[in-house]
Design a protein around this ligand. Structure first.
Ligand code: SF4
Length: 831
């Protein structure tokens, strides 16, 4: 909502918060009230007498601060820039500006900085308000400078400043007036803002092009003239003395032209222009010379509903009354195009002849059938614009065939349809607008795939200018669906039409979209959806703070829905009833929350909207089920448009879900493959280890003396077999006898330390004692890398602290290590 009310806005924090009147809640009464409200909601007329009377002064709570329209600052009047003198067609954004923006920017350009023209700058809002008041009843643009001068001088008088200040203010005002472009106009928000802006766009686009075309024609006329003169000079008559005299001008006195004529060859001459070519050139020249530019820039074809007095002063505007505007507009375009086809053909022939490129075998057939379909974009833009003004009801009913035929014709004719946002275009305005699903003219336009279609609100002048410029330059048939809003007629409601039109955009009643087929074949290229507030949401959300009837400040957000918009339309007021103040129930739900529920879960609830009456009281208004259905219908249309614009598209959601599922399936398959490979590897290692152990056991069993003492076998150390086992498995001829071995054991000979690595828990304790001796393998389990890098004492200490008891210290390597007896004794428990 672009307006700037002088009063605080709804939802702004502070003392001006809207408040519910105080009330004592009554649980018993609430049950009866809910019962009655439910009957109202479901459309039972029998409860009418039990409902609180409904005043026509309610406004949606978010719009209530704008109730006093006289104090409202908003975009209109617009300052309309005159057509530039440099002959360039202007961009849409350069065609008009809101008055407040125009005044402040213009003044800043002549008096930059806060200290220059301070009094005038401080009083700009006052001038702006005076201009707004002065133009509010003007239905057509008015010259800006004289009005500003008059109101500015009045303001100087009214301010009653001292003479110095008054003189300074007058000087600054003069500078501001001088900076206003000649021909600039002010356009108020009357009944026809869209039509005036369309005329404004056309003037800016066409006038510079016509000037360029006139220059081009003049050059071509001269060029053709030169061609014919040269030809003449080649002829026999061109060699006559008098012609030679003419051709050399002032220098003739230096020649004997009679003698010159006699010596020139009169018998054969140069190769001359063929009769056929001469005739073509002469015909083209005559057509170009005869061409007079039409004063009419734009023709409006309408059903007598256009007040001609409003447009009579507009230069280049022509009003045509017809009971079939679409057909008449098409005929008018064809007539104008046929007239101009001769001129454009002559201009093209002229250029080909001047460039000596005309080839009769190619160009004769081409120009024989030259019509508007062969026009270049530049030529199409020179055909006076034709606008068919139609009504929504007609194009959705009896005029649909003509409307459709024109939209499919490809002719660059514009169709403008003004709509009442809340009404169903397919039904008479007297009918219940919610009795049927709504006919969407926007969809109807889109169905004509090659037409430019724009749906917007006159409250958004920048959208209109952009849409009209795009449509005009696309040189295709275009449909403009414009909502201009209507002023609520209720007592105490001063809301203006501009705000109502803006509210229709907010409430998704008449959403913005523009579709330009010239941009490409996909919706992603064709559709512009950017003009909608918060386009990714169902309903736009606004901050809303209020004081409830217990006196508590509630800070929240409120959505602006179709139901809020419907409250602006008096004939829809029977869809609302105030919720009695004593009622307290969890079954009352803001309508946006209600609509967000799955439909089968809504039965228990009664939806409401927040509203403020003329006394400033904040109330909940329960909403009828019929209006709820209408909200769902609007939401359904909104979702379709969102999808067309690539927002919240189900196709995209389904695509993302599918891609996620594919990625997950691929990841699962890879994981399963890795697990299988891992398991196979483990099984292979196990089998290898078992085979090795069995082999060694067999070797031991085959080689040992079963009558001697039982040898020690490191069967539990498959990867790192114990040295003891190795000793036993490799007996030699010089093996000690059992007695000798026992004797050596007694005296403590060296025995390799080892770790049962698979049992290691990777606690790191042994590595902390000596990281050169104790080292992790690839599986992060310890083994002895180099026993000689540490002491036997460290080996024993590690065995003692190892939580897995997997370190076996063996016997000392260095007999000279101190305290060996005690260490060997401690080690024995781990060997
Ligand atoms: S102390 Fe034992 S369990 Fe801990 S890392 Fe060393 S070998 Fe492994």
């Amino acid at each position: 909502m672009n307006a700037e009310p002088n009063a605080p806005t709804a939802g702004s924090a502070g003392s001006a918060l809207p408040a519910q009147p105080p009330a004592i809640k009554d649980a018993e009464a609430s049950k009866d009230i809910l019962y009655t409200l439910r009957h109202f909601h479901l459309g039972n007329p029998g409860v009418q007498e039990q409902l609180e009377p409904f005043g026509d002064d309610y406004l949606p709570a978010l719009l209530a601060p704008y109730r006093d329209a006289s104090r409202l600052r908003y975009d209109y009047p617009l300052f309309l820039y005159p057509v530039a003198e440099n002959g360039q067609a202007a961009e849409a954004a350069e065609l008009a500006k809101p008055l407040s923006q125009f005044l402040s920017e213009t003044l800043e350009s002549v008096a930059p900085g806060a200290d220059n023209a301070r009094i005038l700058k401080d009083n700009l809002p006052r001038i702006e308000q005076a201009l707004r008041q002065a133009t509010k009843d003007d239905e057509a643009p008015v010259p800006a400078r004289p009005l500003l001068q008059q109101l500015g001088e009045q303001m100087v008088q009214q301010l009653g400043l001292d003479s110095d200040s008054s003189a300074r203010l007058s000087d600054d005002l003069e500078k501001l007036l001088e900076a206003i472009p000649d021909g600039g106009q002010l356009l108020a928000y009357g009944r026809h803002p869209a039509i005036h802006l369309l005329i404004h766009v056309i003037r800016h686009q066409v006038i510079p092009r016509q000037a360029q075309f006139q220059e081009q024609l003049q050059e071509q006329i001269l060029g053709l003239g030169r061609l014919l003169n040269i030809e003449k000079e080649k002829s026999d008559s061109g060699r006559k003395p008098e012609h030679l005299k003419e051709s050399v001008g002032g220098s003739a006195a230096l020649f004997d032209v009679n003698a010159l004529s006699q010596v020139m060859d009169h018998s054969q001459g140069s190769v001359g222009m063929s009769a056929e070519r001469r005739e073509r050139v002469q015909t083209a020249l005559e057509i170009l010379k005869e061409y007079r530019q039409e004063p009419t820039l734009v023709r409006f074809v309408h059903l007598k509903d256009l007040d001609n007095t409003i447009f009579s002063d507009i230069e280049g505007f022509e009003s045509v009354v017809s009971d079939d505007p679409c057909t008449t507009a098409q005929d008018l375009f064809d007539q104008e195009a046929a007239r101009l086809a001769k001129v454009f053909a002559a201009a093209r022939i002229a250029q080909l002849e001047i460039d000596d490129l005309y080839d009769a075998s190619i160009h004769d057939p081409w120009f024989a059938s030259f019509n508007w379909e062969a026009f270049s974009q530049h030529e199409l833009l020179l055909v006076p614009a034709v606008i068919a003004l139609e009504t929504a009801l007609r194009v959705a009913n009896q005029a649909m065939p003509q409307f459709s035929r024109l939209l499919n014709s490809g002719r660059p004719v514009q169709i403008m349809v003004r709509v009442l946002a809340h009404a169903n275009p397919g039904r008479d305005t007297e009918e219940d607008p919610f009795a049927h699903f709504r006919t969407e003219l926007g969809y109807l336009g889109i169905a004509h795939r090659q037409a430019v279609v724009g749906q917007t609100s006159a409250a958004r002048h920048e959208h209109l200018l952009q849409q009209f410029t795009t449509a005009f330059n696309a040189t295709r048939t275009s449909l403009h669906l414009i909502n201009i809003g209507m002023r609520p007629l209720g007592q105490g409601v001063g809301l203006n039409a501009w705000l109502v039109a803006g509210a229709a955009l907010e409430g998704r009643v008449h959403p913005f979209f523009q579709l330009n087929p010239a941009q490409g074949d996909s919706f992603a290229e064709r559709v512009d959806f950017s003009g909608n507030p918060q386009p990714d949401r169902d309903w736009p959300l606004h901050e809303f703070n209020y004081i409830d009837n217990d006196g508590e400040v509630i800070k929240t957000q409120s959505a602006f829905t179709f139901a809020d918009y419907a409250l602006l339309i008096p004939r829809l007021h029977h869809h609302f009833t105030p919720v009695p103040l004593v009622c307290e129930s969890d079954n009352l739900l803001p309508i946006a929350d209600y609509l967000a529920l799955p439909q089968q879960q809504t039965d228990a609830y009664i939806p409401y909207v927040w509203a403020i009456n003329a006394n400033g009281e904040l109330r909940q208004l329960a909403v009828s089920l019929t209006l709820v259905h209408a909200c769902r219908d609007r939401l359904n249309y909104w979702h379709s448009l969102q999808e067309m614009a690539g927002i919240g598209s189900k196709y995209i959601e389904i695509g993302i879900a599918k891609a996620r599922a594919e990625i997950q399936a691929a990841a699962d398959a890879e994981r399963a493959e890795l697990l299988a490979a891992h398991e196979a590897e483990i099984n292979s290692v196990r089998a290898e280890a078992a085979s090795e152990v069995m082999g060694r056991l067999t070797e031991v069993l085959m080689g040992m003396d079963l009558t001697s003492a039982t040898p020690r076998i490191a069967a539990t150390a498959p990867v790192q077999p114990s040295p003891a086992a190795a000793d036993v498995s490799e007996p030699t001829a010089e093996s000690e006898t059992p007695d000798e071995a026992e004797a050596e054991e007694d005296i403590g000979g060296y025995e390799d330390p080892w770790i049962d690595s698979p049992l290691c828990t990777s606690c790191n304790d042994c590595l902390a004692i000596n990281p050169l001796v104790f080292v992790y393998n690839d599986s992060n389990q310890a083994y002895i890398a180099d026993a000689s890098a540490g002491t036997f004492a460290q080996m024993v200490e590690a065995a003692e602290i190892c939580p897995s008891d997997c370190i076996h210290p063996g016997k000392p390597l260095n007999d000279a290590e101190p305290g060996l007896d005690e260490l060997i004794e401690r080690a024995a428990a781990y060997n």
